[in-house]
Design a protein around this ligand. Structure first.
Ligand code: NAD
Length: 305
């Protein structure tokens, strides 16, 4: 029996699969870093989602650690290179939450273009702001995707169904069956798009992939959506561009500081043309179940090796 600790919760079906496999002695509880460091020397399989930061010191203290399972796709919370050095295998669940993240992206886009949150808040305060809430159609607009992986493609399919034109840049994607124009550079996307949506992982190369210089190259009055990771968008540059009127709005599910309680993020969230959600892209019952089951299957497979 391997000792498996799920430091972030997995869907109940997935936890049952792990327990019923008979391969693991399972514990599930969110421990903070200090507490995790205390138990990690006895753990062989560590399972996390995005809340746990699997840093080098945790990995080094995990002298029996064989596997880190990241239920989800982004590996920015796991020190993958240290894990590799230590011979600890890292698995994620690519694609399993792509539909959830893509649906939220489209939801954010329409919420922003039609000012749905403002309409809701106004009504709840007893205000009938019909005249102030004239919006824009997304039909006929150009959506520019930076990153055309699992989520980018699901966003593209949905945007095409709404009658949008879609352009995308991804250095690792050369062709697609979808009616999407693949461009040669980020700049090509910036020049064409009315809406720029980010779908890249956070890595040293994608840090602030959309910053001051890039925003300058966007169309006047364009909008930005970030449901990828805080850090791929420079939020100071975004704030400045919104204040200057260069951009018409932004919709954000993720922030460089989470929760976004610092001064910059407070100011950003205070703008009327910013729509935001608290990092809920993957937070659906269906998505979490898919992610959890895929993770459980993978861990069972590895434990049987
Ligand atoms: P994916 O690996 O399928 O796709 C990412 C794509 O980005 C790849 O095709 C890759 O080639 C491309 N890419 C890498 N560097 C690039 C660059 N410099 N310029 C352009 N493209 C580049 O991953 P995915 O499932 O589509 O997820 C994308 C990201 O979305 C994840 O890494 C994660 O950080 C984020 N995400 C957020 C939520 C949320 O809750 N908001 C949920 C799921 C995923």
């Amino acid at each position: 029996m391997f000792r498996l600790h799920a430091n972030d919760p997995l869907a109940p079906k997935a936890m049952n699969m792990l327990e019923e496999s008979g391969l693991f002695e399972v514990t599930q509880e969110h421990l903070d870093k200090e507490e995790l460091l205390k138990i990690i020397p006895d753990i062989e399989f560590l399972v996390v989602r995005s809340a746990t930061k699997v840093t080098a010191d945790i990995l080094k203290a995990g002298t029996k650690l064989k596997v880190v399972g990241r239920a989800g796709v982004g590996l920015d919370n796991v020190d993958v290179s240290t894990a590799k050095e230590l011979g600890i295998r890292v698995y994620n669940t690519p694609g399993a939450n792509a539909i959830s993240a893509a649906e939220l992206t489209i939801g954010l886009l329409i919420a922003l273009m039609r000012q749905i949150p403002r309409g809701t808040n106004g009504l709840k305060e007893g205000k009938w702001e019909k005249k102030k809430l004239k919006g824009h159609e997304i039909y006929g607009k150009t959506l520019g995707l930076i990153g055309f992986g699992a989520i980018g493609r699901e966003v593209a399919k949905r945007a095409l169904a709404f009658g949008m034109h879609v352009v995308a840049f991804d250095p690792y994607v050369e062709n697609t069956d979808l009616d999407v124009e693949l461009t040669k550079s980020v700049d090509d996307v910036l020049a064409k798009a009315d809406v720029v949506s980010l779908h890249v992982p956070l890595t040293p190369r994608t840090l602030h992939i959309l910053g001051e210089k890039e925003i300058e190259k966007m169309k006047d009055g364009a909008v930005i959506i970030n449901a990828a990771r805080g850090g791929v968008l420079d939020e100071q540059a975004l704030y400045d561009a919104l204040i200057a009127g260069k951009l018409a709005g932004a919709a954000l599910d993720v922030f460089e500081v989470e929760p976004p309680v610092d001064e910059l993020r407070r100011k950003l969230l205070g703008l009327p043309n910013v729509v935001a959600t608290p990092h809920i892209g993957a937070s659906t019952y269906e998505g979490q179940e898919r992610v959890g089951i895929e993770m459980a299957k993978k861990l069972i497979e590895v434990a049987k090796e």
